[in-house]
Design a protein around this ligand. Structure first.
Ligand SMILES: Nc1ncnc2c1ncn2[C@@H]1O[C@H](COP(=O)(O)OP(=O)(O)OP(=O)(O)O)[C@@H](O)[C@H]1O
Ligand SMILES: [Mg+2]
Length: 352
């Protein structure tokens, strides 16, 4: 599918989109203008609520979304100084995500479009992570327009996907994880090391003071394919922890965290760059929660043969500005969804 929506000499269609996101444990709403300019961005994280479970408790997540969704939408509209009459369409995360969480945002969006007579657009959460890289606030310099073909690496709590984009909204999936997602590996290893949830930021913080070469953990390069695997690495960390504990030693948590982080990032960056070269990408893009990782950001900037787009930290993890951003490109492409659309908890990018 090729979409002729990026011709440089044409003024892009004007539209303000209200985005709504409830796929996991963030309740979020945002208003974005013309797919790029953030007018407001409200996020209520449930991380503290789930910390005691060491991961997301789906039933707790959906109940909390119900309590938070209306105040968050009201706050996004207020911060944008708009009422629904100033909005052109509502974009809502349709999937992938937790079913009970997705339906809260979907039903809130349906109620609003029904009342205000607006179009509704169901957005894929992974596509939205990609579009987070081109967002900016009105007082910031806009990121450059994307250059296609573009090699995108989406690394989040539930996904690790290597994707070639030949144009806006046009995805060719090259590969993905065969087992754990990169973020999931960070969360599991953090739990193993007693660092708490969410694991990514906790590992990064501990790793800051550790030696990344203290342990030589395995890298699954899976030569000849664009897939990833992180379960062997996770097991290797577990085995090392057991061995150290059995020997009566105090766990060198910082060195273990640093060595684990280095192993994950080395493979992510190595494979993404190899794919960018193989497919003659003119640009690379890294998005999703794990793209907040400082080592990943530094290593890819250092090694990449082409310019790299990475969202600012506050847009790496789940937010609704990215839903409104992707929703805009769907809106100007003509997508309008029926009011009886259902959520798609397992909606792969390859089905777009
Ligand atoms: N600094 C960091 N370093 C490494 N990982 C990080 C960092 N910050 C956040 N993460 C990880 O990012 C993940 C959360 O990202 P995100 O919110 O995009 O995931 P999700 O929405 O739960 O999953 P998906 O987008 O696949 O549905 C968690 O696994 C978290 O540990
Ligand atoms: Mg996400």
């Amino acid at each position: 599918m090729s979409n002729e929506i990026s011709q440089p000499d044409e003024t892009p269609p004007q539209a303000r989109i209200l985005g709504i996101e409830t796929s996991c444990d963030e309740t979020a709403a945002a208003v974005v203008e013309n797919g790029r300019v953030i007018l407001s961005n409200s996020v209520a994280s449930q991380a503290e609520l789930h910390a005691e479970f060491g991961g997301i408790f789906p039933e707790v997540a959906s109940r909390q979304h119900i309590l938070t969704i209306h105040p968050i939408i009201a706050s996004a509209m207020q911060d944008a100084h708009l009422t629904l009459s100033g909005i052109d369409a509502i974009a809502v995360t349709r999937g992938p995500g937790l079913p009970g969480s997705l339906v809260v945002g979907m039903n809130a969006a349906k109620g609003l479009v029904l009342g205000a007579g607006l179009p509704i657009i169901g957005v894929n959460h992974l596509e939205a992570h990609v579009y987070s890289a081109w967002l900016h606030r009105g007082d910031q310099t806009p990121p450059d327009e994307p250059k296609f073909p573009l090699l995108a690496l989406i690394v989040s709590g539930g996904h690790t996907e290597l994707v070639l984009m030949n144009d806006h909204l046009d995805y060719q999936r090259l590969g993905g994880t065969l087992d754990d997602a990169a973020g999931e590996a960070f969360d599991k290893v953090a739990r193993l090391l007693g660092l708490g949830y969410p694991g990514g930021p906790a590992i990064q913080q501990a790793a800051q003071y550790g030696n990344a070469r203290a342990f030589s953990f395995p890298r699954a390069w899976l030569e000849g394919s664009w897939n990833f695997s992180f379960s062997g690495l996770k097991t290797a960390v577990l085995r090392e922890v057991r061995r150290l504990e059995a020997s009566g030693m105090t766990l060198p948590v910082k060195d273990l965290a640093a060595s684990f982080q280095y192993a994950v990032v080395d493979v992510l960056v190595g494979k993404a760059i190899a794919a960018a070269k193989e497919f003659n990408a003119r640009e690379m893009l890294i998005a999703g929660g794990v793209s907040a990782n400082q080592l990943l950001r530094e290593m890819v900037e250092e090694r990449a043969p082409v310019p790299v787009s990475i969202p600012p930290i506050y847009l790496c993890t789940d937010n609704a500005a990215m839903i409104a951003g992707a929703g805009y490109y769907r809106f100007i492409q003509g997508q309008r969804d029926p009011l009886d659309m259902d959520v798609l908890p397992n909606w792969p990018l390859s089905e777009l």
